[in-house]
Ligand binder design. Structure first.
Ligand code: ZN
Length: 121
């Protein structure tokens, strides 16, 4: 059994992986709150975006998006870890390859469903 924790914001009990370390709010609540903060502070957001750290974070975000798009080993491993609670060192290359195929099939199915939906509307 994976460990769980209760979010101090939404009150839901979630897997520890869904929290940043030593935080009491789940990642979903943190991201919701930070989006709300960004909306209230557009000036500060611009300052952060133009700072060296902001530029670094933007690059990191692009790398993550790319990693998701191409189903990199790192991304697939993370997906397995979050879904099963299996520790990273126990996730073998074979398992990663099988999971990558699985994700590709899921994406294909999702793509087809979206095609159908757009044809029907
Ligand atoms: Zn929450």
């Amino acid at each position: 059994m994976s460990e769980t924790k209760q979010c101090s914001n939404c009150g839901e009990t979630k897997l520890l992986d869904l929290f940043r370390s030593r935080r009491n709010k789940c990642r979903a609540c943190e991201s919701k709150n930070s989006r709300a903060w960004a909306k209230r502070n557009p000036k500060k957001v611009r300052q952060i975006k133009n700072s060296a750290r902001g530029k670094y974070l933007e690059k990191a975000r692009e790398r993550t998006l790319l990693s998701t798009a191409v189903l990199s080993d790192r991304y697939v491993k993370q997906t397995i870890h979050l879904a099963s609670g299996l520790p990273y060192e126990k996730i073998t290359d074979e398992l990663v390859n099988v999971k990558r195929k699985h994700l590709q099939i899921l994406r294909e199915i999702k793509g087809k469903q979206n095609d159908k939906r757009s044809k029907n509307t």
